[in-house]
Design a protein around this ligand. Structure first.
Ligand code: F6P
Length: 336
């Protein structure tokens, strides 16, 4: 815990004042995302009591069953940003197309992309969940962005972060000046700085992957995961497996303690499962800002060319040395 009591809004305002080139209002936009997080956290806390568990009976653009809480979390974002001076376009995992908010133009200069409820298979069993967000600046000052303007490479992000709804609610973000974590103090409804300048260890002892997919992986991925299980005390192996089914929770553990998370491509699905624009890119920037690495197995996530809003990408993310080693195996440069 930081020595001083610093709220999220005060902290982001101070950072904004220190680098005005980032553009005005980013601090207030982050604050507004924090508000959305509080509302989602409140729903999650009471979910078992107010009939909002289970599915809506619909399937989203990704072909996944929509949970009631997915829809509620998405609606909460829409309500919070519909009338806002910060955001002129939004895109969500839950919506096939972006929503352009021309009523907020021209004051609003940012575009917001998000996965409102990450790990939603965890909703019905009181397991951790998350929200992931990515912010980019509209390229044009003199015209409303188009739907295509939301499709951008990870290097263009101006802010990125996540909310983790676990035993406590956390807000973790970067604007390119390090990674900072805040814990929601429920008694006063404020996020307080709890993890300033997070640094990820260069190597960890934990890996997170859905090993049920083992037989669908490439030979290199299989060899890498086998290698992590070899008894080799000197090299700190075998690693322990930690996999919650919530990307945010698994990456958060690794951000704080080191290690590696993988959602690799599969033989008949080389693009993997996770979404580039609102899952992989924001988490990649967070992890890089903390000193780690994020890769597809062959290239840096942040440099992957974005072509579609709901594009998928393999994700290998975590401690720099672990991710580097995984790349060596995946590219066939290392056998054991
Ligand atoms: O959004 C995708 C997600 O729910 C992640 O949070 C999680 O890491 C992953 O999918 C789990 O996928 P699977 O059930 O295939 O392991």
């Amino acid at each position: 815990m930081s020595q001083f009591l610093l709220t999220l809004s005060r902290f982001t305002a101070q950072k904004q004042a220190a680098s005005p080139e980032a553009g005005g209002g980013l601090d207030r936009l982050l604050d507004q995302i924090g508000l959305v997080g509080k509302l989602i956290a409140q729903d999650l806390r009471r979910a078992g009591l107010i009939d909002i568990l289970g599915t809506t009976g619909e399937v989203n653009i990704q072909g996944e069953t929509v949970k009631k809480l997915d829809e509620i979390a998405n609606e909460t974002f829409l309500k919070a940003f519909h009338q806002s001076e910060h955001v002129c376009a939004i895109a969500s995992e839950e919506m096939e197309k972006p929503v352009l908010l021309s009523e907020n133009w021209p004051q609003a200069q940012y575009m917001l992309l998000f996965d409102p409820l990450d790990g939603s298979s965890n909703t019905d069993c009181n397991m951790p969940l998350g929200t992931i967000f990515s912010v980019v600046k509209s390229k044009h000052r003199d015209q409303m962005p188009t739907m295509d303007d939301l499709i951008h490479n990870g290097t263009e992000q101006v802010a990125a972060g996540y909310l983790l709804y676990g035993a406590s609610t956390m807000f973790v973000y970067t604007t390119g000046q390090g990674v900072h974590g805040f814990t929601l103090e429920p008694g006063i409804g404020e996020y307080l700085l709890s993890h300033e300048r997070i640094r990820i260890p260069a190597r960890g002892k934990v890996y997170g992957v859905n090993e049920g997919n083992y037989h669908k992986w490439s030979a290199g991925t299989k060899k890498y995961v086998e290698y992590l299980k070899v008894q080799d005390k000197k090299a700190g192996k075998p690693y322990s497996v930690r996999y919650s089914g919530c990307l945010v929770a698994d990456v958060h553990r690794i951000l704080l303690g080191g290690g590696i998370y993988l959602y690799p491509g599969e033989l008949d699905k080389p693009e993997g499962k996770l979404r580039l624009l609102y899952e992989a890119n924001p988490l990649a920037w967070i992890v890089e800002q903390a000193g780690g690495k994020a890769s597809t197995g062959v290239m840096r996530i942040l440099e992957v060319e974005a072509k579609q809003l709901h594009q998928r990408v393999p994700l290998i993310i975590g401690s720099a040395n672990d991710v580097y080693e995984a790349e060596e195996f995946i590219q066939g440069k290392c056998e054991s």
